[in-house]
Design a protein around this ligand. Structure first.
Ligand SMILES: *[C@@H]1O[C@H](CO)[C@@H](O)[C@H](O)[C@H]1NC(C)=O
Ligand SMILES: *[C@@H]1O[C@H](CO)[C@@H](O)[C@H](O)[C@H]1NC(C)=O
Ligand SMILES: *[C@@H]1O[C@H](CO)[C@@H](O)[C@H](O)[C@H]1NC(C)=O
Ligand SMILES: *[C@@H]1O[C@H](CO)[C@@H](O)[C@H](O)[C@H]1NC(C)=O
Ligand SMILES: *[C@@H]1O[C@H](CO)[C@@H](O)[C@H](O)[C@H]1NC(C)=O
Ligand SMILES: *[C@@H]1O[C@H](CO)[C@@H](O)[C@H](O)[C@H]1NC(C)=O
Length: 457
């Protein structure tokens, strides 16, 4: 016979269990979706009630027999202003991609929810379906606001899904998430220091992360020169005249006329390439290369693969209804892959601020930090990332080694005390898009905290 106390515990457990997962956010009858074993939830959560901001998320349970005990991870795409649902979930690592008709979904073989429960969050406001009711706030964006709204989102999400509060939790992203994720990690640690609503953050991983322009932009110039895209004279002019610490991709923002001249030459010389993977054919519209590769100033243009049908898919009323959007306050849900206004209005001094001081603190907090880099990216190049990692003066844990996937070299790696670095051979800015198998392997090793096997010849 259970004692009185046991009954109370059992009743409490029943209440907790019945509060698990927000049932009103369950995704039902998603148009064009193949059959799957895992559940999905999507909808808006208010991140700032007084400023009337609400963020949209899409949560995919792990596609795994032991789903509930798999880690939980949050993915943030960069831009600023690009949708994690469009770029991250459909474009790179989610369980589905949108087929060529724009009305059907296909299963992704190397989806990252094979290894973790995955939340895709559209952040900041104005990105994807995330919105504010204060129209004038569509011109106000900065790292502090994004990070505190992201933290509020997480607190609200865990209130809706309390059963995940004990799972290991990780942050994932690429590109401008090089800012979103260290700043959010810091906010989470500050929140946890209050001792309430603790978020079980274990670490983060970032691909081709925009981190520190002095290193990132100089690294790009080294990359163009070492890949024979620019002549020695242009290289020398850039190195001698540019103050890289005030610049942004691709070689924009310099006030120095000599730097501007050499930047213009560089931009002309590389204009026929896809900057996000110099070995991939650029998107073409008829005979002209589309704006993806020509409009070069912002990270926002990273997410624009040729013939992407995600916009057609997500702008269908029936799709929005099954994502629980029809009933939200905003009746004009028009979805775009990237909101260029968020980039345009993002506080310029924040875009070029260095994240290295944050890394010094985060490393001391013993978070698991994995930094990977597609080595064909011309926007945040591998040399860019290696340059700022060197600046951190970390001590080495392993020598530089070739890591392998299925008995082939997948890239190179070095583990330091506090941070693990990996390159992905032949991948561009969006590593999982170009090298899906290697990217999933890297993710699985990250979750285990174990460097991938070294190539044995
Ligand atoms: C809500 O947003 C306003 C304006 O952006 C800001 O001043 C305020 O601090 C925010 N509140 C919270 C709880 O983050
Ligand atoms: C599920 O995962 C938990 C935690 O890792 C483990 O203890 C348990 O044995 C697993 N169950 C099965 C059926 O694999
Ligand atoms: C509704 O959403 C659109 C697109 O995200 C936005 O431009 C508009 O301002 C929003 N309207 C309201 C009332 O929130
Ligand atoms: C492609 O070219 C056509 C005709 O010039 C134009 O209407 C269309 O907007 C272009 N599409 C893109 C994605 O640039
Ligand atoms: C935005 O305005 C609509 C319409 O008044 C309302 O239903 C919705 O709750 C508001 N959103 C937020 C986040 O306050
Ligand atoms: C790394 O060491 C160099 C030389 O000692 C120093 O100038 C630099 O500030 C250090 N970097 C960091 C991030 O501590």
């Amino acid at each position: 016979m259970p004692t009185g106390l046991t009954w109370i515990v059992l009743i409490l457990l029943t209440i907790v269990a019945s509060q698990a997962a927000n049932p009103s956010h369950l995704v039902r009858n998603l148009p064009g979706q193949p059959q799957v074993q895992f559940k999905q939830y999507a909808g808006h959560l208010v991140v700032n009630a007084s400023a009337q901001r609400a963020y949209f998320y899409w949560f995919f349970e792990a596609d795994h027999q032991n789903q509930t005990s798999q880690p939980l991870a949050l993915w943030l795409s960069g831009g600023p202003g690009c949708s994690s649902v469009g770029a991250g979930a459909f474009g790179e690592i989610g369980p589905f991609s949108v087929d060529i008709s724009g009305t059907k979904l296909e299963k992704r073989r190397n989806a990252w929810n094979k290894a973790a429960n995955l939340i895709f969050l559209e952040s900041p406001h104005g990105t994807g379906f995330s919105y504010t009711n204060i129209t004038s706030d569509y011109t106000i964006y900065n790292d502090e606001m994004t990070a505190s709204d992201n933290l509020q989102f997480l607190l609200e999400w865990f209130r809706n899904f309390p059963e995940y509060s004990k799972n290991e939790f990780y942050l994932l992203g690429e590109s401008y998430s090089g800012h979103y994720i260290p700043t959010l990690a810091m906010k989470i640690l500050e929140n946890n220091a209050n001792g309430k609503n603790i978020i079980n953050l274990k670490g983060f991983s970032l691909g081709n992360a925009w981190t520190d322009p002095a290193h990132d932009m100089r690294g790009d110039v080294e990359f163009y020169y070492s890949h024979s895209l620019i002549p020695e004279q242009t290289y020398n002019e850039l190195i001698q005249n540019c103050d890289f610490s005030t610049m942004r991709p691709i070689l924009g923002g310099s006030m120095n006329p000599n730097c501007q001249g050499a930047s213009a030459i560089t931009n002309r010389l590389i204009s026929g390439l896809s900057h996000y993977n110099i070995y991939k054919p650029p998107c073409k519209n008829g005979s002209s290369i589309t704006s993806q590769s020509l409009h070069t100033n912002m990270l926002v243009n990273a997410y624009n693969p040729c013939d992407d049908k995600t916009e057609s898919y997500l702008n269908q009323r029936s799709v929005q209804a099954s994502l629980n959007l029809a009933s939200s306050g905003n009746s004009t849900n028009s979805w775009k892959l990237c909101n260029s206004k968020a980039s345009e209005y993002y506080q310029a001094s924040d875009i070029i601020v260095s994240m290295l001081p944050l890394y010094k603190s985060l490393i001391q907090k013993k978070l698991r930090i994995w930094i990977y880099s597609g080595d064909a990216d011309g926007v945040v190049s591998t040399l860019s990332t290696r340059s700022w990692i060197k600046e951190l003066n970390l001590t080495s844990q392993t020598p530089w080694f070739a890591w392998s996937h299925k008995d082939k070299v997948a890239g190179w790696s070095q583990a330091y005390n506090g941070l693990t670095f990996l390159t992905v051979l032949g991948a561009g800015h969006m590593v999982p898009l170009d090298k899906p198998q290697q990217a999933l392997s890297l993710f699985e090793h990250f979750l285990k905290g174990k460097v991938p096997p070294s190539f044995a010849n």
